[in-house]
Design a binder for this molecule. Structure first.
Ligand SMILES: NC(=O)NCCC[C@H](N)C(=O)O
Length: 256
């Protein structure tokens, strides 16, 4: 049984040079990061996803955060134009990967910027964070592309946070787990459940009630279980030092 394809990209030797914007820089152990990535890939495979590796982009320290380079909606892949110029060369390898799996490909064009980490899809609503990485022109272009798939884009202004999905993600039933002080929560249309751990608002539904989340959010894992879902816990501490979270290490393409 396969639920679909999970795109990932292995970390390169320069991982420790990755960007840090809202937290203090601390030393990244690249060997530990590689082991954590292996366990992350195993968790996806164990949940029924076929893991596809995007070709390495080792000259780009942040390339492991592959989610930022593409937004997949149904059979459409929207290649992004990352807000950090040094991350733009990451997109070429992602383009090859999404073409290889047969998706239709469009792209965010200059001068627009958009990071996949700012895009939260909940049913036919697509929330897009407006902050340091994604601008209004990027949102406008994304809205036009996703309208062709019946989606409605809702911009969400961000405060002191890297991406929208650093502050809010959705459980399988659409309930939003959030740190509402980090963004303008009035834009949201689904019920919001505030969490008390930063990594608690980063979840990835994996199908059949499985919910991927980080080991740094144990209270939220217990909450997820209380709500009737099955937590799948991974340690991604080396990526958290670079403002990464469970969402940004993969792109899920459900089987149609
Ligand atoms: N979607 C995500 O949460 N991406 C994390 C990107 C972290 C990376 N160090 C960056 O600043 O771009």
């Amino acid at each position: 049984m396969t639920r679909g394809i999970a795109l990932v990209r292995q970390p390169g030797d320069r991982l420790a040079e990755g960007l840090v914007t809202h937290i203090e820089r601390s030393d990244v152990d690249v060997a530990a990061a590689r082991r954590q990535h292996e366990a992350y890939r195993a968790a996806l495979a164990g949940a029924g996803w076929q893991v596809h590796e995007v070709e390495p982009a080792d000259h780009c320290p942040d390339a492991v955060f592959v989610e930022d380079t593409v937004v997949v909606c149904a059979d459409l892949a929207v290649l992004t134009r990352p807000g950090a110029p040094e991350r733009r060369p990451e997109v070429a390898g992602t383009e090859k990967a999404v073409r290889a799996v047969g998706l239709e490909v469009v792209r965010i064009e200059a001068p627009g910027t958009l990071d996949g980490g700012d895009v939260l899809q909940v049913g036919s609503t697509v929330y897009v964070g407006l902050g340091g990485r994604t601008d209004a022109e990027g949102v406008r272009q994304l809205a036009a592309h996703l309208a062709t798939r019946g989606r409605t884009v809702v911009p969400v202004p961000l405060r002191e946070v890297l991406h929208l999905k650093s502050a809010v993600t959705a459980l399988p039933d659409g309930t939003l787990l959030a740190l509402p002080e980090l963004f303008d929560a009035t834009a949201l249309r689904q019920p919001v459940r505030p969490v008390d751990e930063e990594a608690g608002c980063h979840v990835v539904p994996l199908g059949d009630g499985l919910v991927l989340l980080a080991a740094s959010a144990p209270r939220t894992a217990a909450l997820v279980a209380d709500l009737g879902f099955t937590p799948v816990v991974v340690d991604i501490s080396e990526y958290e030092k670079l403002e990464g979270c469970v969402t940004c290490l993969s792109v899920l393409i459900p089987a149609s």
